[in-house]
Design a protein around this ligand. Structure first.
Ligand SMILES: Nc1ncnc2c1ncn2[C@@H]1O[C@H](COP(=O)(O)OP(=O)(O)OP(=O)(O)O)[C@@H](O)[C@H]1O
Ligand SMILES: [Mg+2]
Length: 369
């Protein structure tokens, strides 16, 4: 959807802010540009909508070479949220949001309906429509900034540190809201931040830039954290990258422990024999729908008469993790809280797949993806 092809920006001062940058952003994805201050993030973003003219190279949007098209036309296809929001202070929230639709000459009814729709989309009450930016909190201004950028429903959205100046708690909420919003509007987004946590949380892909706009690595968060391409990237993402990676890696059906499965009618004696030497030391019972009914462990089975059916003595398993959905971080957290030392894993329909053990978490974090 967006393609930078060998794009370079050299300012009049001679400073090369961006040097032969090539980057492809697939449709509907969030690409996060991250890197230290002054590495050329803002410059890169502003070349996409031609607020800054590249010195050389070409830029494509949806297959069109836009390097030389009329920048004003171009910007109508691209929403832009600038560093520090930058609302027009003497215009109401409603007028700010209406900026692009008005430029496009929409009639008043259509503009008004669109403003109402966008306020709702970004989670602001209709009463804010007639307020001025200085009458809003930082987080609210931020939402207005996003609503304004989405004004004419552009396919591409550029966001420059939109959550930069906001306290951590509000920021976390805005990030969640942004992901929810993106789920609805499905834009192609280029998002600038210098915060690795934010990049990992929001990005489908992360582009790590070094000074001079050099692309140090461009990959999924899990890859960047798991396999940093250079010492620079490893340093930049931090020594806790192993932990950060848990947040972006889902529990997988592979590598799970598969304890013996017994019929509910099997005897405690049989359970004991089957469990002997297995890790974790449990056997499970699964119902006709493939769901976990419960488990029996050595501690339990040892006390019961060997002839009793295990179905009479089942223990309730810890809450399950869902393969492909639950992150390793959340799974590890439940694992640490569960007395059992394992958590069951199901598919997204609730069918039991196996159990996650600390070993499996360890393996999963080391696996090349
Ligand atoms: N108008 C300009 N004239 C000359 N140099 C500039 C100009 N604008 C930016 N630069 C330089 O280009 C480099 C990249 O700047 P840019 O604003 O793209 O960095 P950034 O990665 O967005 O940084 P930050 O994280 O601080 O926002 C910097 O060294 C900056 O000093
Ligand atoms: Mg910047």
């Amino acid at each position: 959807m967006i393609r930078l092809d060998g794009v370079t920006k050299q300012y009049e001062s001679g400073a090369v802010a961006v040097d032969h940058l090539t980057l492809d952003v697939p449709e509907g994805e969030i690409c996060v540009l991250v890197g230290p201050s002054g590495c050329g993030k803002t410059t890169t973003l502003r070349m996409v909508n031609r607020l800054i003219e590249p010195t050389s190279g070409r830029i494509f949007i949806d297959g069109d070479d836009v390097t030389h098209v009329d920048p004003v036309q171009l910007r109508r296809r691209i929403g832009y949220v600038i560093q520090h929001v930058g609302l027009f202070p003497h215009q109401t929230v409603g007028d700010n949001i209406a900026t692009v639709p008005k430029l496009l000459g929409w009639d008043r009814g259509r503009v008004s309906a669109r403003v109402a729709e966008l306020l709702d989309l970004v989670g602001l009450d209709a009463q804010y429509r007639d307020r001025y930016p200085h009458q809003l909190s930082g987080g609210q201004r931020q939402r207005v900034g996003v609503a304004r950028a989405l004004g004419a429903d552009p396919p591409v959205l550029l966001m420059d540190e939109p959550f930069g100046a906001i306290d951590p708690i509000t920021r976390d909420r805005l990030q969640q809201e942004f992901l929810r919003l993106q789920g609805e509007v499905n834009k192609t987004v280029v998002f600038v931040t210098h915060d690795v946590e934010e990049a990992v949380k929001l990005g489908d892909r992360i582009a790590i830039l070094a000074q001079g706009g050099h692309l140090a690595q461009y990959d999924t968060p899990a890859q960047v954290l798991g396999h940093p391409a250079s010492d620079f990237v490893a340093d930049f993402v931090g020594s806790d990258r192993g932990l950060k990676r848990l947040e972006v890696t889902a529990v997988s059906a592979e590598g799970l422990a598969v304890p013996p499965v017994l019929a509910a009618t099997a005897s405690v004696g049989e359970a004991r024999a089957r469990i002997d030497g297995t890790r974790p030391a449990i056997a499970v019972v699964i119902d006709d729908a493939g769901r976990l009914s419960g488990f029996i462990g050595t501690s339990g089975s040892n006390g019961y008469p060997t002839t009793d059916p295990v179905g009479d003595h089942l223990e309730v398993a810890p809450d399950p993790a869902v393969a492909g959905d639950t992150t390793l971080k959340d799974a590890l957290s439940s694992l640490l809280l569960a007395d059992a030392g394992w958590v069951p894993v199901t598919d997204d329909t609730g069918r039991y797949l196996g159990v996650l053990t600390p070993d499996a978490v360890h393996q999963a974090t080391r696996q090349s993806l």
